[in-house]
Design a protein around this ligand. Sequence first.
Ligand code: ADP
Ligand code: MG
Length: 392
Amino acid sequence: MSIQDLKQKFIEKYGEDGVEAQVFYAPGRVNLIGEHLDYNGGYVLPAALEFGTTLVVRPRSDDEIHFASTNLPYVATLMVSEIGKLKSNEWIDYPVGVMVELQKKGTPVTRGYDLLFHGDIPNGSGLSSSASLEVLTAYALLTLEGAETDTVEIALLSQRAENQYVGVNSGIMDQFAVANGKRDHAILLMCDTLEYELVPFVTGAYKLVIGNTNKKRGLVDSKYNERRQQCDEALAILQKEVPSLSYLAELKPEQFEAHQGKIEDETVRRRAQHVVEENQRVLDSVEVLKNNDLKQFGQYMNDSHTSLRDLYEVSCEELDVMVEEAQKIPGTLGSRMTGAGFGGCTVSLVHEDDVERFIKEVGEAYKTRTGLDGEFYVCGIGNGVEQLKGAN
Ligand code: ADP
Ligand code: MG
């Protein structure tokens, strides 16, 4: 939907009242490489996508906050004084959770607003429509309240909203990427310390093709907890060899090579191997991206998938099939699962001339082999949260 159409919808819904509505935008995100490293003290390398969530918002002269979204039928009105009093278990919990955090931070919402959200991110596929919605709300309200918009702070408070108010236990990567993304850049991020660097990633004639397996995720939580335990087990053993070690991902591949024999459980050893090598791949990716060597980066993407499939064992038949078919297309530089695994999306780097063929051939083969309809989204790397001033 164009901004003009969205503003038209806003007027149809809330009417004209002489005050100009403002438009804000926050992207979705994809993790390019560095999977299951965040809880192991390693780096991730996400990027903001070129599609996301848009908000048309207008201050009101009373203290009623009106919520609506073009994506979902549920609408609500809250008084400013009612913020956070009652959880609805509806989508508004995300923006309301953000308002609760704004209050706690001492920059509360002080008056009513008319809000209309519109999202282009498929919900629940792992492209972080929830983080997009949170960061968008925080940035827009802070701007309209005349408060400072520090995007690192916004990421943190949005994460707290999701963890505490919505009750979903997620790391900081999603909100951080949505808040701090930049066109033609990936974000090298250490999730623990929030140390980060914008890494030039000019995709040029290549596109990111995100493939949604549409496989319903099962067992994610129990498998996730099991992986964490296995990593803790490996860490405890390796700390006896390398006393200064605080996290698995701090180990260099050579150090791991030297000490891995101490890990008797072969499964645990393979989990640790993934963590150490994947972290090194992220660092190597940054180097090759700085030299604009997309081909080598593509190779690292492929290697990452193999490691997640064989060593960390968090892939699944559907992800493997989609990646395998993607890698067969001549214009594909690399392809891998992205996110926690067991379903969700793949990300591939594909020459623009081959994108159409990619979608057709990978889609058909995926359907034949799994019985599922995959979906594909083509995009470049876009900006993080921003006000769309020209749109006003
Ligand atoms: P993901 O973040 O992977 O897309 P989540 O389950 O974490 O999936 O978040 C999806 C939820 O976020 C949706 O079910 C809905 O409640 C909310 N949401 C996301 N985008 C919008 C939107 N544009 N309008 C209303 N609610 C949205
Ligand atoms: Mg989410």
